[in-house]
Design a protein around this ligand. Structure first.
Ligand code: PRP
Length: 178
């Protein structure tokens, strides 16, 4: 496994896959006899969602939306969401790679709730502790981590490192820049 010098390993591929299986087991039980609509948040969730989808039992549907914070003069952290999803009366599971400030997920949740889904839950592979600016109710959490800038398993630094099969953090990054 190639680990660049500037990265510190956080979770190995085996640890990741074990956690995905645990999450999928619980989700499969909770949604037995229900059609589940996974909604992945691009780009970061694309690998986690692919693994989760293949580990789940039962009928699932896969959707993606794109969310990005847009710059404003006051840095309000507003999130622009782009999708053409129709989720009325569907059982929706939002799939995130990481929850940090919570701004992205909370905005997406509001957006999806306006469509009146049958149910709406949140699954995130990583959850940072102590960094929320808004609270987000999470139903399925893989690992809770300290405030590191993490990369790999879909997550990037300036679009690099998404393809890594492990999760690592940047050794020299300030702790509040993720
Ligand atoms: C990351 C991540 C989440 C969001 C979490 O996305 O994928 O969607 O940040 O942060 P928050 O809780 O502070 O809102 P990012 O904006 O880096 O885009 P990307 O997924 O395309 O890399």
């Amino acid at each position: 496994m190639y680990l660049p010098e500037n990265l510190e390993l956080l979770y190995t591929p085996d640890q990741i896959q074990q956690k995905v299986i645990e999450l999928a087991e619980q989700i499969s039980i909770d949604y037995v006899n229900k059609e589940l609509h996974l909604v992945g948040v691009l780009k970061g969730s694309f690998i986690f969602l692919a693994d989760l989808a293949r580990a789940l039992r039962g009928q699932i549907y896969v959707h993606f939306l794109h969310a990005s914070s847009y710059a404003s003069t006051q840095s309000t952290g507003k999130v622009e969401i782009r999708h053409g999803l129709r989720l009325k009366n569907k059982h929706v599971l939002l799939v995130e790679d990481i929850l940090d400030t919570g701004l992205t997920s909370s905005q997406i949740i509001k957006d999806i709730q306006m469509q009146h889904p049958a149910s709406m839950k949140v699954c995130t592979f990583l959850s940072k502790r102590g960094t929320r600016q808004v609270s987000v109710e999470t139903d399925y959490v893989g690992y809770t981590i300290d405030n590191h800038f993490v990369v790999g398993y879909g997550m990037d630094m300036n679009e690099k490192y998404r393809e890594l099969s492990y999760i690592a953090y940047l050794k020299d990054a300030p702790s509040d820049n993720d």
